[in-house]
Design a protein around this ligand. Structure first.
Ligand SMILES: Cc1cc2nc3c(=O)[nH]c(=O)nc-3n(C[C@H](O)[C@H](O)[C@H](O)COP(=O)(O)OP(=O)(O)OC[C@H]3O[C@@H](n4cnc5c(N)ncnc54)[C@H](O)[C@@H]3O)c2cc1C
Length: 487
């Protein structure tokens, strides 16, 4: 038998950032509207946060997943303010806001002003040793190449090859952008991942001209940054897990049920308006609305019985797995000056790591004085076989690569392998059509709401925005009486 009548209940499946943000929003709105509402969050794991977790060891702050978020999308900052976390927000260190890229086994700086896919200055492109003379001349052709066909779903790789040439793709864009999505740019949809670059081409024709004009008009203080616009990123002083933890702390007692995997969701039966959510163990729960914030393939499993076509569309969203190794050394064990925020590794270099983030250079308070904390990324869509290795083999790769690239010597002070199995949705070609198909099918099921990083953005602020929209839909449904399902 269901636990209790569920007219005033919203069940949320998944206690990652998306599920917790939705829960927080519903609780806050229901209080404001003086609407008695019970929110229940069911989480399969024995911890909250999903892809976000933080560990504190021996004075180091270890981030398992996200280590910062961008501030030019306002939803992350807004939520932190609302939760009273403003005084804990911390920007990146002002020194060394640049990245390196590996060429022939050596670390070379990403040209100043080259941000993800577009240079905002010409000088550094002309003088960089990262690109050959031939490659530079090809990049400059961007100034005269006409626009591509409008509104096509072009892969990121094809777009960059067309505008800046193969070398810029292989030597700069593949490692920089591939690292963010742990993805293969030949598969990624530009429209679904970085539509602003398609817009730059539409508005200015040339990416170089667009980058230069934008840098001039915004008067960006980050004009010299390279790799990412590091001045736009913030983190939380005690680690990113503060965000899901503060959301969870603000929920009513008994709202959050950990170690409670959901096995099935059933649609309202005839004459009822209530959804039924069945945990693997324990009694089913009835609810007027259900928010599913899990990975898309997990949502597909839960919803197979509700709508097999919806499940099919959800299953079509591919995922990649990656490992993140937090590793710390004494400063004197590393020969490289570490005068940047990290290094990305082009696939054509044939190495076994995707990137290294110099965490304690980016955020000095993450490690004790005289030590260095780094995060090494392994696997992703381009090297899935490496994710399958055991921890000892992964650490062996990390030691070897850090020795070769940074001159790391001797035993690390600390090393922790974190794994993200099938955690990163891949917004491949056709992603926007797949999401539209999901939304069309979802619309047939009032009060069944899907959110999470599979659909409209993987970044922290994107997930927050989508979760708020999901919560608002659930709130709107709570204030209108539900119609029982008809024959
Ligand atoms: C390695 C890595 C690094 C990243 N770095 C950054 C970064 O620096 N900046 C940034 O902005 N973004 C970053 N991201 C992206 C961002 O962290 C994620 O997109 C976001 O945290 C996803 O939150 P979510 O709640 O949508 O999904 P998830 O965190 O995946 O949460 C889904 C939850 O659903 C639960 N669940 C699944 N199935 C069930 C079930 N049947 N029953 C109950 N519960 C279930 C899961 O256990 C999980 O807790 C990173 C992601 C990864 C993987």
């Amino acid at each position: 038998m269901p636990e209790r009548a569920g007219q005033d209940r919203v069940v949320i499946v998944g206690a990652g950032l998306s599920g917790l943000t939705a829960a927080h929003r519903i609780v806050a709105r229901a209080r404001m509207l003086r609407r008695p509402t019970e929110v229940v969050v069911l989480e399969a794991k024995d911890r909250i946060g999903g892809a976000i977790w933080t560990d504190h060891r021996d004075g180091f702050t270890l981030e398992g997943g996200a280590d910062s978020f961008i501030t030019n999308k306002p939803w992350g900052m807004d939520l932190c303010r609302e939760l009273g976390l403003s005084d804990q927000l911390m920007g990146t260190d002002e020194q060394h806001r640049r990245s390196f890229v590996v060429r022939d086994g050596r670390l070379l700086p990403v040209p100043e002003g080259f941000v993800l896919m577009a240079p905002n200055r010409l000088g550094p492109i002309l003088t960089t040793p990262t690109i050959s003379i031939r490659g530079k001349l090809r990049m400059l052709m961007d100034l005269v190449i006409p626009r591509g066909a409008p509104d096509t779903d072009e892969s990121l790789a094809s777009f960059v090859r067309r505008r800046l040439g193969r070398e810029a793709l292989e030597r700069l864009v593949q490692p920089l952008v591939g690292g963010i999505y742990t993805a293969d740019p030949a598969e990624l949809s530009l429209k679904a991942t970085l539509p602003q670059f398609q817009q730059m081409e539409r508005d200015h024709r040339s990416l170089i001209l667009a980058g230069m004009r934008q840098a001039r008009t915004s008067g960006s203080t980050d004009r010299h940054a390279s790799g990412a616009r590091y001045g736009l990123f913030v983190t939380l002083a005690d680690g990113m897990a503060t965000l899901p933890q503060t959301l969870a702390n603000g929920l009513p007692p008994d709202c959050l049920r950990l170690s409670t995997p959901v096995r099935k969701i059933c649609k309202p039966e005839l004459g009822s308006a209530l959804w039924r959510v069945e945990p693997l163990d324990g009694p089913p729960l009835e609810a007027s609305s259900v928010i599913v914030s899990t990975e898309a393939y997990s949502a597909a499993r839960l919803l197979d019985g509700v709508d097999s076509e919806l499940a099919l569309h959800l299953r079509a969203i591919p995922y990649a797995s990656s490992a993140v190794v937090n590793i710390a050394y004494r400063r004197d064990q590393i020969a490289h000056p570490l005068d940047g925020f990290g290094v990305v590794v082009p696939k054509i270099e044939g190495r076994s790591i995707l990137a290294v983030s110099f965490t304690s250079i980016k955020f000095p308070s993450r490690a004790p004085v005289g030590t260095v904390l780094m995060r090494v990324f392994i696997g992703g869509a381009t090297q899935p076989e490496l994710f399958e290795l055991d921890d000892a083999s992964i650490l062996g790769i990390v030691h070897y690569e850090l020795g070769e690239l940074l001159g790391a010597r001797g035993a690390p002070l600390l090393e922790v392998v974190g794994r993200h199995p099938r955690a990163m949705p891949q917004y491949t070609l056709g992603h926007l059509d797949r999401v539209a198909a999901v939304r069309r099918r979802q619309a047939r099921h009032p009060r069944l709401i899907l959110c999470g990083n599979a659909f409209d953005g993987v970044g922290v602020p994107d997930c927050i925005r989508a979760a708020i929209a999901a919560a608002d839909t659930a709130i709107a449904a709570l204030v209108e009486p539900a119609q029982p399902a008809a024959a």
